[in-house]
Design a binder for this molecule. Structure first.
Ligand code: PRP
Length: 188
C-alpha cells in the first residue's frame, strides 16, 4: 500500500510568500534593467512561484519551461535527471533566469547549468523559492533565494507529495502516517 501523509506544520503563510516573492522580483528588476531575460520555469513545481514572480517583475521578460524527472512518487531523490520537456526557445546569447520551487540535492540544476551553458546562454542565474541547503550534494550559486528550510519534506505553493497538495496557498511540512489516514485537511 502507498505511504500516506498529512499536513504537519505551516512553514510559510500566503502573506509571507507574497512578500518575499515581491522582494525577489524587485531584485530581478534591478539586476536586469534594460534587458529582456528569459525566465525558465522548471515544471511542475515552479508553476505557481513563476506565475506570481512574473507579475511582479518590471522588465520585458520572456518565459519558457522545462520538465525533468528526478524523483519517484515518494519523498526520496534518486539522483537521476531525465529531460521530459525541453525549451522551445533558442537561448544563444540570452540571459536566463532558472526558476525553481526548491533546490534540494542540487543535481537537477547542476545538470541544467552545464547543459544550458553548452547551448550558448549569455548568463544563467538561479532563482529558487526554497533552499534546502543541508541536502546539497553539489555546489550551486543561487542568486535569488526565497527562504532556507531545514531537512523536512514540504508541500504547497506548487510542491507536491505524490502529486497531492500543489494547490495549497501556503507551504507546509508533511508527516507520514503509520496506519490509515484521517480525512485530508488541506485548508486551515
Ligand atoms: C523537485 C523540484 C526541483 C527538484 C530539486 O522536482 O521542483 O526541480 O526536485 O531537487 P534536486 O535539487 O535534488 O535536484 P520534482 O522532481 O519533485 O518534480 P516536480 O517539480 O514535478 O514535483
Amino acid at each position: 500500500m502507498a505511504d500516506k501523509y498529512e499536513i504537519q506544520e505551516i512553514l510559510f503563510t500566503e502573506e509571507q510568500i507574497a512578500s518575499r516573492v515581491g522582494e525577489l522580483a524587485d531584485m530581478i528588476t534591478g539586476d536586469f534593467e534594460g534587458t529582456a531575460p528569459l525566465m525558465v520555469g522548471i515544471l511542475k513545481g515552479a508553476f505557481i512561484f513563476l506565475a506570481d514572480l512574473a507579475r511582479r517583475v518590471r522588465v520585458p521578460a520572456e518565459f519558457d519551461f522545462m520538465a525533468f524527472s528526478s524523483y519517484g512518487s515518494g519523498t526520496k531523490t534518486s539522483g537521476v535527471v531525465r529531460v521530459l520537456k525541453d525549451l522551445s526557445t533558442d537561448i544563444a546569447g540570452r540571459h536566463l533566469i532558472l526558476v525553481e520551487d526548491i533546490v534540494d540535492s542540487g543535481l537537477t540544476l547542476s545538470y541544467l547549468l552545464r547543459d544550458l551553458k553548452a547551448r550558448g546562454a549569455a548568463s544563467l542565474s538561479i532563482c529558487a523559492l526554497l533552499n534546502k541547503e543541508v541536502a546539497r550534494q553539489v555546489d550551486l550559486p543561487i542568486r535569488y533565494e526565497g527562504f532556507t528550510i531545514p531537512d523536512v519534506f514540504v508541500v504547497g505553493y506548487g510542491l507536491d507529495c505524490a502529486e497531492q497538495y500543489r494547490n495549497l496557498p501556503y507551504i507546509a511540512s508533511v508527516k507520514k502516517l503509520a496506519g490509515e489516514p484521517p480525512a485530508p485537511r488541506l485548508f486551515p
